[in-house]
Design a binder for this molecule. Structure first.
Ligand code: PHE
Length: 452
């Protein structure tokens, strides 16, 4: 198994893998979702729980997932089949690979709709729609926008198309080339925006909100949300990391690269909070406005501040770049499966996987307008998909990955694959993956179903 390479090729270097995996991790989850769910869950205490989830559960699971992919060098479905055989485990384990491919497409179907909002807001900001806008104006701009199925559909289609254009070009020409441009520009824009937030008079209020640990606001449900967010933000529990791991050269250290990616992802989420909260506070709008947070509050601030036109446009371009470097990872498990198992050319695989995801996205498009009354368990189609994937499928996927890596896979195989020079590092990982990570996920679930 040692010399095998993926049919799709390999990352050209360790840096290329780190950039691509950071691109997959850093996305709407960091810049759009993290600030608004932190707002909804009371700030500081939620941030601490989130950090614990990343360190104790996220990193060990991410290492396991990368290791699975690199060992088999195939798509997540084949990976789980190959590893199940190798470990002589029950064959049902291979459904884990299926769940990953499906979760990726489900997530991308709504991810692309929200990323489409960001594309539309680049144009709105650039053409001066935020100029001198007040709270009512910004709200109606957003409400009218999402009330139009045609507009949402247009931007959803636009974004899906951009994603598929990159994925169709393959690992080195598509993924690597675009990521080398997207990630550095994203970091530069983020730093510029933090500098901008520092110049507002609500800067310290924003910092205080993010880092003031008021545990009284924390509920069991918010712990589940923090855990789900850690999975979503790192992009783990569903095969995207597995598939990127399949293109990882043998001699690269999984511990080091994973740590760099997880730290980069967390730093971006925190920096996004540091940039966004002061700007939101200075707009005077409430923080708990949900998914609309950055689309309603930020335009007011941008429309009324010196340089707001430029920074507003930069902000939404940054959001689009972050989303694009994640969306390509979300569809890759399905595309690689179609290429490897159904003998399709990459273009053709992109077409089928993309078309299915695009059509599914209509459900989310309509749940903001003509279908907003259609609910199941009190949730719209979009809310339901978001809850199902981020809060259920990813943590369950992560739980199964931890159990498989810790209890099913032979110790000598994981030791060999992780190749950590220091035996203490391996032992620490093993304790985390066998006991701590599964127990943490399990208890959070018990709490949510009301047993605890
Ligand atoms: N991590 C991405 C984000 O934060 C989303 C994602 C989830 C990407 C799962 C890949 C896999 O937006």
């Amino acid at each position: 198994m040692d010399t095998k390479k993926s049919v799709h090729g390999e990352w050209s270097s360790r840096t290329a893998f780190i950039l691509a995996a950071t691109g997959s991790a850093v996305g709407l989850g960091n810049i759009w979702k993290f600030p608004y769910i932190t707002g909804e869950n009371g700030g500081g205490a939620f941030v601490i729980v989130y950090l614990l989830c990343v360190a104790l559960v996220g990193i060990p699971v991410m290492m396991a997932e990368t290791m699975f992919g690199r060992r088999s060098r195939e798509n997540p479905i084949n990976t789980m089949q190959i590893l199940t055989k190798e470990a002589a485990a029950d064959e049902h384990w291979h459904y884990l690979g299926w769940m990953g491919v499906i979760a990726g497409m489900l997530i991308l179907s709504y991810y692309s709709v929200i990323a489409g909002w960001a594309c539309a807001y680049v144009v709105k900001s650039f053409t001066g729609s935020f100029f001198d806008i007040n709270a009512t104006g910004a709200k109606s701009l957003f409400v009218n926008f999402i009330a139009s199925p045609g507009e949402l559909m247009f931007w959803h289609t636009f974004f899906m198309f951009a994603t598929l254009l990159i994925v169709a070009r393959g690992i080195s020409k598509g993924f690597e080339q675009s990521i080398r441009f997207l990630i550095p520009s994203l970091f530069v824009m983020l730093i510029l925006l933090v500098g901008y937030a520092m110049s507002t008079d609500s800067y310290f209020k924003g910092l205080h909100f993010l880092f003031n640990f008021d545990f009284s606001k924390l509920t069991g449900n918010s712990v589940l949300i923090a855990l789900g967010q850690a999975f979503f933000s790192l992009g783990i529990g569903m095969g995207a990391v597995m598939v990127y791991g399949a293109y990882l050269p043998k001699n690269v250290s999984i511990l080091e690269t994973t740590a760099i990616i997880a730290v980069a992802d967390t730093v971006v989420a925190l920096l996004a909070g540091i940039a966004i909260f002061p700007i939101v506070f200075s707009s005077g709008l409430p923080l708990d406005s949900g998914p609309g947070l950055i689309f309603e509050s930020l335009p007011i601030a941008f429309g009324n501040m010196p340089g707001g036109w430029l920074f507003g446009t930069l902000f939404f371009i940054m959001l689009v770049f972050a989303a694009l470097s994640s969306s390509i990872a979300l569809i890759e498990p399905a595309v690689s499966w179609l290429v490897e198992n159904k003998n399709m050319a990459r273009n053709q695989a992109c077409f089928y996987a993309g078309a299915a995801t695009w059509v599914l996205g209509f459900g989310s498009v309509f749940s903001f307008n003509i279908g907003s009354d259609v609910t199941l368990f009190g949730k719209t189609f979009y809310d339901l998909l978001d809850y199902l994937t981020a809060n259920l499928m990813l943590p369950i996927g992560g739980f199964c990955i931890a159990i498989f890596a810790g209890w099913m896979m032979l110790q000598k195989h994981s030791e060999q694959e992780l190749a950590m020079g220091n035996p203490l590092h391996y032992q620490a990982w093993r304790v985390l993956i066998r006991y701590i990570a599964p127990a943490a996920i399990f208890f959070v679930f018990l709490h949510v179903v009301g047993v605890l």
